[in-house]
Design a protein around this ligand. Structure first.
Ligand code: HEC
Length: 211
């Protein structure tokens, strides 16, 4: 009697093992599993099983995708236009908001389940957009000194977020010098003039008040 095991039998056993393993892992349907939501973000886990597309939808906001189980995911627009996103396990990706009116579905035809955590941004509160100076430094005397001395530890544009009196700027410069900002006295004088001119609080009245 032959004890040779046929290749067909081995394949049968392996197939059973794979089916069992898939069932053990618990998720057999494409789904979104909500995680949490607050004023800033909405977070959910997307499980996209092979041949179980996420039906037509769109995203109004940008999303960070953290890939738990990677793969190539096809994004199919209503028009039929298809792009492939290559997602690596353990990496994160940014997806900008979809253009208005454009719908798509996500199709996984890789044979393996793709799992991602999606962190969707919400619109910032209106107040955040108000009263913000553009983060640019206007050209003027002293700008080069700012770029030279104030770029060491943070973006020099940090100054554009503030408006201060000359005294308060002098105090800020003192703080920065303490942190280790290095420049000549000439540099610091020029910087103080520059900041007072372009990022000042109009506080003239206060200087004229006599208490
Ligand atoms: C040696 C490192 C260093 C250099 C150089 C430096 N800074 Fe800073 N700066 C810091 C650190 C650290 C903070 C954050 C600490 C804090 O918030 O008080 C900071 C924060 C600031 C802030 C925000 C906090 C505040 O006081 O409003 C401003 C404005 C600022 N720096 C301006 C400047 C200017 C102007 C220069 C150039 C003269 C400069 N910095 C150079 C280290 C530095």
């Amino acid at each position: 009697m032959s004890h040779r095991v046929s290749a067909g039998f081995v394949f049968f056993v392996l197939s059973c093992a794979i089916v069992i393993a898939q069932e053990r892992s618990g998720t057999t349907a494409t789904q979104r599993i909500p995680q949490f939501e607050n004023d800033s973000v909405k977070v959910w886990k997307s499980v996209i099983v092979p041949n179980g597309p996420l039906t037509l939808h769109r995203h109004d906001h940008g999303r960070t995708i953290v890939v738990l189980a990677g793969g190539d995911l096809k994004v199919v627009k209503e028009s039929g236009e298809t792009t492939v996103m290559h997602w690596e396990t353990g990496k994160a990706y940014w997806l900008p908001p979809d253009p208005p009116g454009e719908m798509h579905k996500d199709v996984n035809d890789t044979g393996k389940t793709i799992e991602v955590m999606v962190v969707e941004m919400k619109a910032p509160p209106a107040s955040a957009a108000v009263d913000r100076r553009p983060a640019v430094l206007p050209d003027g005397p002293g700008k080069s000194a700012v770029l030279k001395v104030c770029s060491e530890c943070h973006a020099p544009e940090i100054v554009a977020a503030a408006s201060r009196t000359r005294d308060d700027w002098a105090r800020t410069l003192g703080d920065m010098a303490q942190y280790g900002a290095q420049g000549t006295e000439e540099d610091f004088t020029q910087i103080l003039e520059y900041l007072t001119k372009y990022f000042s609080k109009i506080d003239a009245l206060k200087d004229r008040l006599i208490f």
